[in-house]
Design a protein around this ligand. Structure first.
Ligand code: ACO
Length: 397
């Protein structure tokens, strides 16, 4: 029970909004969402148009600087992102200390935090650190994968696009030539754009929370990576795949798992279903569903997990439990399926999400830091502990 005395003695009235379902934490000009109508816009541009036509560096520029770049601006930005792709040779030694089984998300957040030891924050250096982070995160991500499979690191190449460069570092070997298939680079470009921002989600709010104390840029982003790793947030894409594999190994009876998800005595949830904000459909999921179908057809992939995914999708869209609660497949449901088709291992799925979300985190970090009215984020609480007690010495307990 809530202790009314302690509440009153504080002389404040506290509004309790568990999980911040209806609490605005800031004003922001970056991303607009209408959850009822399934609308998502970056800086006013509909997500469908951007995912169809733009490139990830272009969208990063849009989110971070507020406007679409012209040709010269984009070419400078791309050049910078390419030029800063390599990580400091000494930073490579950090990888030696991680266990081969370390989760790549843990490596990514540790390595991003460690960037502050190489690039201390100077006010006039903000934009340089933004470039460094965007350029080097993909290299760190690919190295984390190479470390996990015991293969040598592959250096970035100056002649490749952002997405092709990442795929090159993931899949090339020093002993053979590897040409990045354009359909893979295009699919990755689209996936990263779809994930690039989503207003005050858990990880972005975390970035803003940490940044509000004026902690350094890399510490703020590293905290966001940690928040994203959870299975109720970005970690869901890996969990979707693991769930589909589990159902397949169990004979493919997905109805058993649908019933488990509906059972309130069981903790099991259908991963990749439901969203705090979208109560009609997730526009990213609608776009991705079609795109995943196309890519999988083009690549001639016949994956039994896809049939299970389709079955789950149909049940969830026709079953009262899911309809009543407005639980639709979310972006993570389809991104996992597409990443698998692209040959990306499931432990890397959430890292891919993080690479996509970087420009969003950066844009929010900048917005907060440039807001003259911003102050440290400091929520209150409703105290539910004991009333005042007298300390009991050790020999009397
Ligand atoms: N499977 C079964 N039931 C579910 C699911 C699910 N995936 N999601 C929600 N529910 C049920 C809840 O049990 C609850 O039922 P009740 O009203 O009978 O108690 C009701 O739907 C509302 O759920 P909440 O947990 O209150 O919704 P909330 O907004 O807090 O959570 C979340 C949203 C975390 C996305 C949730 O739907 C979930 O856990 N989904 C699975 C994980 C997932 O896919 N996460 C990715 C989110 S998208 C992203 O990060 C990009």
């Amino acid at each position: 029970a809530v202790d009314i005395t302690s509440l009153r003695s504080d002389a404040d009235i506290i509004t309790l909004d568990s999980g911040y379902g209806n609490t605005g934490s800031c004003e922001s000009a970056i991303t607009f969402i209408n959850g009822e109508e399934g609308i998502l816009r970056y800086r006013g541009y509909p997500i469908e148009q951007l995912a169809e036509s733009a490139t990830f560096p272009e969208i990063s520029y849009l989110l971070i600087y507020g406007e679409l770049p012209n040709l010269e601006q984009l070419s400078n930005f791309r050049q910078q992102l390419t030029f800063h792709s390599m990580i400091h040779e000494d930073m490579k030694k950090f990888f030696e200390g991680f266990r081969p089984s370390a989760h790549p998300m843990a490596i990514l957040s540790a390595m991003v935090a460690s960037m502050s030891t190489y690039y201390p924050e100077l006010a006039e250096d903000d934009d340089m650190n933004v470039i460094r982070l965007l350029a080097k995160a993909k290299t760190i991500a690919a190295y984390a994968y190479k470390k996990s499979i015991g293969q040598p690191f592959i250096y970035p190449r100056d002649d490749l696009s952002y997405c092709a460069n990442f795929l090159h570092m993931m899949f090339a070997m020093p002993t053979t030539t590897y040409d990045v298939p354009p359909e893979l680079a295009n699919a990755l470009n689209m996936l990263l754009i779809l994930h690039a921002d989503h207003e005050q989600n858990c990880s972005t709010s975390t970035v803003r929370m940490v940044a509000s104390s004026q902690a350094n840029f890399f510490a703020s982003i590293s905290a966001g990576i940690g928040a994203l790793s959870g299975p109720l947030h970005g970690g869901a894409n890996q969990k979707v795949l693991e769930m589909l594999e589990m159902i397949q190994q169990d004979g493919g009876d997905y109805m058993k798992y649908v019933n488990l998800a509906k059972d309130k005595d069981d903790e099991f949830r259908l991963m990749g279903f439901g969203h705090r904000v979208y109560k009609n459909f997730d526009p990213r999921a609608t776009f991705l569903r079609k795109a995943a179908d196309n890519v999988i057809k083009t690549m001639g992939i016949d994956d039994p997990l896809l049939n299970i995914a389709k079955g789950l999708e149909e049940v969830a869209l026709s079953d009262e439990y899911f309809i009543e609660r407005k639980l639709y497949p979310n972006v993570d449901f389809y991104s996992g399926i597409l990443y698998r088709a692209m040959g990306i291992p499931s432990a890397m799925f959430t890292v891919m999400f993080a690479l996509g979300r970087l420009p969003g985190w950066i844009a929010h970090w900048k917005e907060l830091r440039q807001d003259p009215g911003s102050r440290i984020n400091r929520p209150r609480q409703v105290y539910t502990g004991p009333n005042e007690r007298t300390y009991v010495p050790m020999d009397q307990r």
